[in-house]
Write a protein that binds this ligand. Structure first.
Ligand code: GDP
Ligand code: MG
Length: 170
């Protein structure tokens, strides 16, 4: 799936999809800049960021990240972003059952792209309304990797991209 120009410099087109407000932009900001901005703006259309990471064997992986808007009115644009993507990361909010349903919609749409299912806002576990067991079972059935993250505390953000890297470079 990944675009390999030179075995030591791998490019991975990655797209994030999921309901508006689940934290897609915050996950990207946390990964790319190591920051969390609680006043961050709603994404309009989609935004692009890239991040290059170095692996131990001196291979570099350049993630070209398309962070899409979750709003219905942009749904028609989504194929522009996920077409040709090596990896789709589908995000929901563990406090929102509706966002979990929306994630399942995206999993169906994206069926042939390597995917990770991400339950974000894990720091809000007191308000949890989607169980990790249910999500893990759903992910397994659909051949996806599952992880819960918090863009706020940085929990599991690097792990998410590490797994994605392993799955696309091996
Ligand atoms: P997007 O529409 O999916 O891109 O969502 P955003 O990244 O814009 O985040 C939506 C809201 O959720 C913002 O108010 C964020 O501050 C908040 N948010 C994002 N990630 C987290 C998280 O991990 N924990 C908590 N508590 N809030 C988060
Ligand atoms: Mg956004």
């Amino acid at each position: 799936h990944s675009t390999v120009n030179d075995p030591k410099n791998i490019r991975v087109k990655l797209v994030l999809l999921g309901d508006s407000g689940v934290g897609k932009s915050c996950i990207v900001l946390r990964f790319v800049r190591g920051q969390f901005d609680p006043t961050s703006k709603v994404t309009v259309g989609a935004s692009f960021l890239s991040q290059t990471i170095a692996l131990q064997d001196s291979t570099t992986v350049k993630f070209e990240i398309w962070d899409t808007a979750g709003q219905e009115r942009y749904a028609a644009l989504a194929p522009l972003y996920y077409r040709g993507a090596a990896v789709a990361v589908v995000v929901y909010d563990i406090t929102s059952p509706d966002s979990f349903l929306k994630a399942q919609y995206w999993v169906k749409v994206l069926s042939d792209i390597v995917m990770a299912l991400v339950g974000n806002k894990a720091d809000l576990h007191e308000n949890r309304r989607v169980s990790a067991e249910e999500a893990a079972e759903y992910a397994e059935k659909n051949g996806m990797f599952f992880i819960e993250t918090s863009a706020k505390t940085a929990d599991n953000i690097n792990q998410l991209f590490e797994v994605v890297t392993n799955r696309t470079t091996n």
